[in-house]
Design a protein around this ligand. Structure first.
Ligand code: SAH
Length: 285
């Protein structure tokens, strides 16, 4: 994409990233086109961009003037390192830099953005928060899975598959989630997938319930697996799927049979025009 195809960010309404400030910004799930205009505005002004593992290289190219610092951290490593990152942001701001902290997805969704922002405020550093498209919504949309669908769910639960120690979150009542949530979207769930599936089935979910798994969603390497609660562990292994992955459990996954828009662009036929068997056009009010 050339610069001239992007809207100009020259209006006085665009906020200035001032020296000594930190903007905590979501980069979306991968595809650079899923950045917000505020994120682009920030990229163009930053002196320093501190970015996470899941931020695509192409996005950093929109900040050629800035120093790029990798602060990647995978798989729920100890919080000491998190503290280092937060304090580094403080130091850079105090040194008078225009600091852009770029995080995958949305900074406040399972991204420890709240902790970093809190540390900055506690140290008297002025901040701005720029939300991003979270993988659990946008990543599923790229796979043709609507996270809510009127015929299926009036609620959705976003869950993290492991806690700070790397274990399945012990504070989570998986059985209550099984019983109370029509659609469950799991971040960081691959490591404990067998345990999570077992708990949900013990909580009453059908072994045949559809599951959609999207890895490296919205990037060129995106892979999608459609499976079921009882077969997903074996199917993930057979397909050789690796994190990062979003796991969606619920009837909404069936909608991919009609909404796999990327497959349709690639010339694949629509598998089922009415995968939920409602037998009527959806335009009826
Ligand atoms: N703040 C991020 C989530 C960070 S936690 C957001 O809002 O999306 C990291 C987890 O997010 C990964 O383990 C994975 O479960 C999910 N994730 C992030 N980007 C992803 C992508 N492109 N494809 C699939 N899952 C992704």
């Amino acid at each position: 994409m050339t610069d001239s195809m992007l809207p100009p960010l020259t209006s006085k309404n665009w906020p200035a990233l001032e020296p000594g400030w930190v903007w905590l910004c979501g980069a979306g799930p991968g595809d650079p086109g899923l950045l917000t205009l505020h994120a682009l505005n920030a990229l163009r002004q930053a002196d320093v961009v501190i970015y996470d593992a899941l931020v695509q290289e192409a996005i950093l190219e929109w900040a050629p003037q800035a120093e790029h610092i990798y602060a990647g951290k995978r798989g729920g490593k100890p919080s000491a390192k998190q503290r280092d990152i937060s304090l580094r942001l403080v130091d850079l701001a105090r040194a008078g830099k225009r600091v852009l902290r770029l995080k995958g997805g949305d900074p406040f969704v399972f991204g420890r953005g709240g902790e970093e922002a809190q540390t900055l405020v506690q140290h008297g550093i002025p901040i701005r928060i720029i939300p991003g498209i979270s993988a659990g919504i946008g990543g599923l949309a790229y796979a043709g899975i609507p996270v809510t669908h009127r015929d299926v769910n009036q609620s959705v639960t976003f869950v993290t598959g492991h806690d700070q120690s790397g274990n399945t979150p012990s504070s989570l009542n998986w059985r209550a989630i099984a019983q109370g949530s029509q659609v469950i979207v799991i971040y960081m769930g691959m490591k404990h997938i067998a345990r999570i599936a077992a708990e949900l089935m013990e909580g009453g979910r059908s072994a045949h319930e559809p599951v959609g798994i999207v890895t490296t969603a919205t990037t060129d390497a995106q892979q999608v697996l459609e499976t079921t609660l009882s077969t997903m562990e074996a199917d993930i292994a057979a397909a050789g799927l690796e994190p990062p992955a979003i796991i969606c459990i619920g009837e909404a996954v069936r909608m991919r049979q009609v909404l796999d828009w990327q497959g349709q662009i690639a010339g694949e036929p629509v598998r089922d025009m009415d995968p939920l068997g409602r037998g009527r056009p959806a335009e009826s009010a």
